[in-house]
Design a protein around this ligand. Structure first.
Ligand code: SF4
Length: 333
């Protein structure tokens, strides 16, 4: 009998980034978009702008640092998201999600709805989340940029916290190579990921010109060549597509909208990475107010054309845009 290979394991890095391989696991959502209906896969939510770090690369560094999402509005946004068919929620920045006053109540609210839950955290204030609530997360991504500081006590605390979290849920990690600091801490980051066997992504600082991003990717590649064993950390250069999008198409709000601390849903969670957006959320990327999510998505089908100089989701946008394009003789493909 001939054995037919039906699937191929993607390189591990594809499991810990936002990419097209994951998109194709949701053909139903793609088909809906093609028919003019939108039910996003997930929602990113920044519950608070408060943070206990001051990272050199922070893409939200120019935010107003004290505001947090109104909890009543957050619950309403979660209810509406669920009604729309969204089944996954990611707590992210803004600031540090574990510092949100209602992080436990919000986490329990999502879990009660049986929605999947992920979190991006610097893992320095994990005590704010109850022990039993960490088990409600499908994954937690920890930021490794604590290694850019020279506070060894803080680094030790971070390591202890990561070990604690590893007993509760799946941990992945991310290290951003900032322009100011460069590659000098990559060795230490590799040592950490090897020691704790944490699958991690290594990303360039994207708040610079495309040319500069390209140069930094090359520097990181060269730096990685110095280390024989870096099996747990991967340069996510395939996640940094630098081509110009056709018609500046922007459809990520149909896939993974971003609810920000100001109570508005934005086109995506990464527009602040484009230099001209000044490390802040610009009002031109607003999709709707959080109180209007269900109404907006049920009654609108809008393709935006945002000219962000750098778009983290260039490839995803291109794929979504392709779903809507009419062609002649489609059966001769
Ligand atoms: S163009 Fe890209 S970066 Fe800009 S808002 Fe749209 S998805 Fe986000």
């Amino acid at each position: 009998m001939v054995k037919i290979e039906k699937s191929f394991k993607a390189p591990p890095i594809y499991s810990v980034t936002s990419n097209e391989v994951k998109m194709f696991k949701h053909l139903d959502k793609m088909a809906a978009i093609q028919q003019g209906r939108v039910s996003p896969v997930m929602i990113h939510i920044a519950p608070t702008n408060v943070c206990n770090q001051n990272c050199a690369h922070c893409c939200f560094s120019e935010r107003e640092r004290t505001i947090s999402l109104d909890f009543g509005l957050l619950k309403s946004a979660l209810d509406q998201s669920y009604n729309l068919g969204i089944r996954a929620v990611e707590w992210t920045g803004g600031g540090e999600p574990t510092l949100y006053h209602y992080i436990n109540e919000a986490t329990e609210y999502v879990a009660e709805k049986k929605m999947k839950l992920g979190m991006n955290t610097n893992a320095l204030s994990i005590d704010n989340v109850k022990e039993e609530n960490w088990g409600k997360f499908q994954w937690v991504r920890v930021a490794l940029n604590v290694f850019d500081g020279d506070d060894e006590a803080r680094i030790k605390k971070f390591e202890e916290n990561v070990k604690y979290l590893q007993d509760k849920t799946k941990i992945t990690a991310c290290y951003i190579v900032s322009q100011e600091i460069g590659c000098k801490n990559i060795g230490r980051v590799i040592e950490f990921t090897n020691k704790h066997k944490i699958l991690s992504r290594l990303a360039p600082d994207c708040i610079q010109t495309k040319e500069a991003i390209k140069n930094q990717i090359n520097q990181i590649k060269k730096e990685l060549e110095k280390y024989e064993n870096h099996e747990y950390i991967y340069l996510s250069d395939f996640n940094v597509y630098l081509f110009d999008r056709e018609d500046n198409a922007c459809l990520m709000h149909m896939w993974k909208p971003f609810l920000y601390t100001d109570g508005y849903v934005y086109a995506c969670p990464s527009s602040e990475l484009a230099i001209e957006n000044n490390r802040t959320m610009q009002t031109k990327f607003r999709v709707c107010h959080a109180s209007e999510i269900e109404n907006y998505y049920k009654n609108n089908f809008q393709v935006f054309h945002h000219a962000c100089s750098y778009c983290k989701y260039a490839k995803q946008n291109q794929i979504l845009y392709s779903l809507l394009k009419e062609v002649d003789d489609k059966d001769f493909s």
